[in-house]
Design a protein around this ligand. Structure first.
Ligand code: GBE
Length: 507
């Protein structure tokens, strides 16, 4: 009896070990990298491209960018797109996620005029990828609104959904024959909370607690318009899918108490529930407890109605279920407390509405970005949570990555450790039944990191921004990612034999 028990325990231990070692990503899992137009393209006024809000802000207020740099040239993908695709081939990518510059395609924002040069540029980029079997995953909007539409109020104008639908139509018409994966918006939270409700992204409106909520409503409606347009008029002939990417970091309770669990939940609702709930929940509309909180705060503050706008019943139905997949950008985690680490916030503001404290343990490794630490199992927590909450949708990780300082060179063992841990978490999620179908590393190469300029580097490839040709050189992490893509296995002891990148033909 005793012996049998011991044996079975050993057998169990062994089989657990074996499965762990043999865990593979499915052959049809899409491994890719991600970038965004303003961060890499340059060519800010090439041909007839129109001005966008990042051009406008960096040219008129250069002091808001940490090192005074801007995206005028960036990694100059406008002239280097063939080299970009060569890098994708070196890595053996299945897919590449990039975004379109609205004002490069529609210089004035509306669908007249349409820029032939802008369309040609993206046709060339897409065709170059397809030539080598790389699947394009295209984001329509990654933060670079045409300035002319911003002058009319941008996302706070109730007509915004119509403008976005008009743009989406031009995009589907021109590229939909070859692009089968569409993402309407990258990160509503960053667009609305940071751009409209703060000063950490263009258009730096700082309309705290009001502008950010208007933006949330019209962004969600704009997404739904672009989704239904694709679904009704393009899907049957073009056969692709359309979704949205939301930044979902993990917010867990600091202690396992009722108060802290609720504090974490309300923070999650404010951070990403505001955008996810109307689209992915069964009942639709903004998240319940957060809606109640803002209504109550607004009343106390003397507003006649809640600062958080409502959806009509018709709007709710229009938005609910309007996505073929959930794109998750995930980077890090924070611990939330109802009583500790509380800071003062301006009134009114989302952070004042939420009113909770945030804590990041010292022992979580710190990247070059203040907000980014390596936190244990945060992707797994996020995917399990969303999977349960929204009834098992299809997921892609559309961004995940690690920053290092510009001086850090090509040996990036911290980035490698981060990616391996993240990808182990993806396998854990797949094992747990999450329908995760792809992973896009942020980023293919170093790029213009928004307010941080060129001071934080996220690239698998280093870019030399001092050199007018913007040469790109593979970091060690590029070789490690390449090996994972090739073998579909995470080998924690793999070390690249050389630092010379080549293309493996026949992939
Ligand atoms: C993504 O956002 C973006 O999609 C991508 O464009 C970007 O390059 C990449 O991340 C790396 O940053 O002073 O702490 O309030 C806010 C990730 C920090 C989401 C919060 C940084 C959200 C990035 C500044 N933000 N975030 S502060």
């Amino acid at each position: 009896m005793k012996v049998a028990l011991v044996l079975s325990v050993i057998a169990l231990g062994c089989s657990a070990l074996v499965t762990k070692q043999e865990r593979r990503f499915p052959d049809d899992f899409l491994f890719g990298t991600a970038t965004a137009s303003y961060q890499i393209e340059g060519g800010w006024n090439a041909d007839d491209k129109g001005e966008n809000i990042w051009d406008h802000m960096t040219h008129n207020h250069p002091n808001v960018i940490k090192d005074g740099s801007n995206g005028d040239v960036a990694a100059d993908t406008y002239h280097n797109y063939k080299r970009d695709v060569e890098m994708m081939r070196e890595l053996g990518l299945d897919a590449y996620r990039f975004s379109l510059s609205w004002s490069r395609i529609l210089p004035d924002g509306l669908s007249n005029p349409v820029s032939a040069a802008g369309i040609a540029f993206y046709n060339n980029y897409i065709d170059e990828m397809l030539k080598y079997g790389i699947t394009p995953m295209v984001t329509l909007y990654h933060w670079d609104l045409p300035q002319k539409l911003q002058d009319l109020g941008g996302f706070a104008n109730p007509l915004f959904p119509d403008w976005f639908e008009e743009y989406a139509r031009v995009v589907y018409d021109n590229f939909g024959d070859r692009v089968k994966h569409w993402i309407t918006f990258n990160e509503p939270r960053e667009i609305c909370l940071e751009g409209y409700g703060s000063t950490t992204k263009a258009p730096i409106l700082n309309a705290t607690g009001i502008g950010s909520y208007l933006c949330a409503k019209y962004l969600v409606l704009a997404h739904a318009k672009a989704y239904h347009l694709y679904n009704n008029e393009y899907k049957s002939s073009q056969g692709g899918e359309c979704g949205i990417t939301i930044s979902v970091n993990w917010f867990g309770p600091l202690t396992d108490t009722e108060e802290d669990r609720f504090a974490a939940e309300i923070r999650r609702q404010a951070e990403w529930g505001l955008y996810a709930e109307p689209i992915f929940s069964e009942q639709g509309g903004f998240p319940k407890e957060f809606t109640e909180r803002v209504a109550q705060k607004s009343a106390e503050q003397g507003y006649r109605s809640s600062r958080l706008p409502e959806f009509t019943e018709e709007e709710k139905q229009f938005v609910r279920g309007a996505s073929d997949f959930f794109g998750v950008n995930h980077y890090t985690a924070y611990l939330i407390s109802a009583t500790e680490h509380i800071t003062q916030n301006v009134v009114p503001s989302l952070y004042d509405d939420v009113g909770v404290g945030v804590y990041v343990p010292e022992e979580w490794p710190q990247s070059a970005s203040s907000w980014l630490t390596e936190s244990p199992d945060s992707i797994l927590n996020v995917l399990n949570h969303l999977n349960q909450k929204y009834n098992n949708p299809k997921f892609y990780i559309t961004e995940n990555g690690w920053s290092s300082p510009p001086s850090s060179g090509l040996i990036d063992d911290d980035r490698i450790r981060y990616y391996r841990a993240a990808l182990e978490n993806c396998l854990d999620a797949i094992d747990a039944g999450v329908r995760l179908q792809g992973y896009m590393a942020w980023s293919l190469m170093d790029n213009f990191e928004w307010m941080e300029g060129l001071t934080e580097r996220f690239g698998l490839y280093h870019v030399d921004f001092e050199d007018p040709l913007r040469p790109r050189t593979a970091r060690k992490s590029a070789f490690v990612y390449k090996e994972i893509i090739k073998t579909r296995v995470i080998d924690h002891s793999y070390e690249p034999a050389t630092m010379t990148m080549t293309i493996d033909e026949g992939r």
